[in-house]
Write a protein that binds this ligand. Structure first.
Ligand SMILES: [Zn+2]
Length: 174
C-alpha cells in the first residue's frame, strides 16, 4: 500500500491521541498515558514509512541495472500535497535508494530538477507539456506536433534518455 494511505490513517489516530492529550490535566496519570499513546503512534508511523521505503528500494534495486532519479523539488511537491511528511519520506527514499544502488553495483544517476521531463515532448522535442503546480493535475496532454502523451510515461521516457546520456557523457551526478 502506498505510504500516503497508511500515513493518512495513522494521522487520524495521531489527531485522536493528541486531542486526548490536550484534554488531560497537567501532571495527571491520564496525561502521562496520553503522552505515551501519542509517542506510540509517532513510532508506528516512522516504522511503516521505513518498512515501505526499505521494500520499495530493494525491489527497484533488484529489478534495475540503472536507476535514474529525478531530483524533484521535494519541498514544493510536499507543499502541493499539503503534507510535510512527504518531504521527509521522499528525501529518505532517495538516500536509501542511492545507498542500495552503490551496495549492489547499480548505476545511480540523479537527473537535475530543472530538466523539463514533463514538459518535453518525447516525439518532437517541443516543450508543450504541463507546467508548474497547476500542471500537476494534468494526466494526458497533446503536443503541437499532434502526439498525445500519458504524462508519467512521457516523463519517464525523457528521464531514462537523459539519465543514459548523463552516464554516456560521464557528466558528474550532482
Ligand atoms: Zn511534440
Amino acid at each position: 500500500m502506498c505510504p500516503c494511505r497508511l500515513e493518512r490513517r495513522a494521522e487520524r489516530k495521531l489527531k485522536r491521541a493528541q486531542r486526548k492529550l490536550s484534554r488531560a490535566r497537567k501532571g495527571s496519570n491520564n496525561r502521562r498515558k496520553a503522552k505515551l499513546a501519542v509517542a506510540k503512534v509517532h513510532a508506528r508511523i516512522a516504522d511503516q514509512r521505513r518498512d515501505f521505503i526499505d521494500q520499495e528500494t530493494t525491489r527497484i534495486t533488484r529489478e534495475s541495472q540503472a536507476v535514474y532519479l529525478e531530483d524533484l523539488a521535494v519541498k514544493g511537491m510536499a507543499k502541493a500535497f499539503g503534507k510535510s511528511v512527504h518531504d521527509q519520506s521522499l528525501g529518505m527514499f532517495a538516500r536509501t535508494l542511492e545507498a542500495k544502488c552503490a551496495r549492489y553495483g547499480r548505476t545511480f544517476v540523479k537527473v537535475d530538477r530543472f530538466f523539463p521531463s514533463t514538459q518535453l515532448c518525447s516525439h518532437c522535442g517541443g516543450l508543450e507539456g504541463p507546467k508548474g503546480m497547476a500542471g500537476l493535475r494534468i494526466r494526458t496532454w497533446t503536443c503541437a506536433c499532434g502526439t498525445t502523451h500519458d504524462r508519467d510515461e512521457n516523463a519517464e521516457y525523457n528521464l531514462r534518455l537523459e539519465g543514459r546520456s548523463i552516464v554516456a557523457e560521464g557528466r558528474p551526478d550532482t
